[in-house]
Design a protein around this ligand. Structure first.
Ligand SMILES: Cc1cc2nc3c(=O)[nH]c(=O)nc-3n(C[C@H](O)[C@H](O)[C@H](O)COP(=O)(O)O)c2cc1C
Length: 179
């Protein structure tokens, strides 16, 4: 069975992006889910000095090995002040020092959500622009606005138009995963 990496790009133990990434991954058939929980990672803050003195932390090497060992990726981005969370950026920066193609050319379903009406549109725009230069093969993408209003645990996306748009992106991703 193919392996699907699931990542909520937030260190929050209550991360809505972790919930959303898992929900999206559960819509994909014929895959085994491999979850990475950023709240359990204890990485030092990246600096070139620390890299020089101590090398790349094993957690970053392990993260890349997990990506490389999966067939496809579901990543949901949390947005802090219009950009990536510090925890995700830190993991990403460390990992890019181990392997510049962090996403290892694996098919990716890229998501974002937030309690606000833009659903993380700014961080999504940043990732759409930069991930392809970092081994990101983005097959489909979707931002879910106002998570608290539009998502119900056990039910999923409640707004019909948003659900239709999300389902269309999942279908694109499913086709790539199954190919
Ligand atoms: C420091 C900080 C900055 C934030 N900036 C934004 C923002 O720019 N846009 C947004 O939609 N939400 C913003 N939020 C709200 C987050 O979207 C919200 O906390 C969300 O739950 C984060 O996703 P997560 O639960 O997956 O960590 C911010 C929250 C924090 C703590």
């Amino acid at each position: 069975m193919k392996k699907l990496l699931v990542l909520g790009a937030s260190s929050s133990r209550e991360s809505i992006n972790r919930v959303f990434a898992r929900f999206a991954a559960e819509q994909v058939s014929g895959v085994h889910l491999v979850e990475v929980d950023l709240s359990q990672l204890n990485l030092p803050l990246f600096s070139v000095d620390l890299e020089r003195s101590d090398g790349i932390p094993p957690e970053a090497r392990d993260f890349y090995a997990t990506i490389a060992g999966c067939d496809a990726l579901v990543v949901s981005l949390a947005e802090h002040n219009g950009s990536y969370t510090a925890a995700f950026k830190n993991l990403f920066d460390w990992t890019s020092r181990h392997e510049s193609k962090v996403w290892a050319d694996k098919p990716m379903l890229l998501l974002s959500t937030s309690p606000g009406g833009r659903g993380g549109a700014s961080v999504m725009a940043a990732a759409l622009q930069t991930f392809p230069h970092l081994g990101g093969k983005i097959i489909a993408h979707f931002s879910l606005p106002s998570f608290g209003d539009n998502f119900q645990p056990g039910q999923g996306i409640t707004d019909p138009a948003l659900k239709e748009a999300f389902d269309a992106q999942v279908a694109l991703f499913q086709a790539a995963v199954s190919a």
